[in-house]
Design a protein around this ligand. Sequence first.
Ligand SMILES: Cc1cc2nc3c(=O)[nH]c(=O)nc-3n(C[C@H](O)[C@H](O)[C@H](O)COP(=O)(O)O)c2cc1C
Length: 185
Amino acid sequence: MITCLFGSSRNNGNSKVILDYLLYGTNHQIYNLFDTNIEKVIDNRHSDVDSIDLHQDDYSKVLKSVMGSDTIIFSTPLYWYSMSASLKLFIDRWTESLRGEQRNNFKEAMAKKKYIVMIVGGDNPIIKSKPLVEQFKYIFEFMNITDYTFLIGEGVAPSDVLKDGNVIKKVKSLNLDLRDRSKNA
Ligand SMILES: Cc1cc2nc3c(=O)[nH]c(=O)nc-3n(C[C@H](O)[C@H](O)[C@H](O)COP(=O)(O)O)c2cc1C
């Protein structure tokens, strides 16, 4: 099972176009984070209050799907040389999930999964998404995640990314891998 955290604000944009190629024929669940209510993290690390009880939002539902999946896709446009805010909200909340025994070994479970990070930007994204790629690498290192791949596409207006032959080739090849993995699972 694949869970995709979709962080674009356009449901017909470049991120969606390459995501559709990637997920074609696979067993997957997409969460459109723009339409999903994930509240901002509350830093209660140094107090006795359990912040998990303070949220009334969709985080637990999305996390449940993530925990039940072997492959996680983070899809984000490059927004100001970073990930979209809606995806960042989800990752910020891991700080709460890392705390307490009731979190069911969150870190260990997350470390066992395969991750694909898809980034689309309009202005030389191979170079200009480097800070974001580094950011994800630090996130993965912190979480002891070692199995990850980056896909970086170029496009401004919806469907521009179809002209980026390199990323389309890589996406199609990864799609074959994902379909093989789901057949053998
Ligand atoms: C708020 C915002 C910030 C953006 N910042 C960048 C950026 O820093 N670098 C870049 O190359 N493109 C930037 N773009 C352009 C988008 O990354 C580009 O249009 C991309 O294709 C959008 O993805 P989508 O079609 O999946 O929505 C930005 C667009 C928006 C709306």
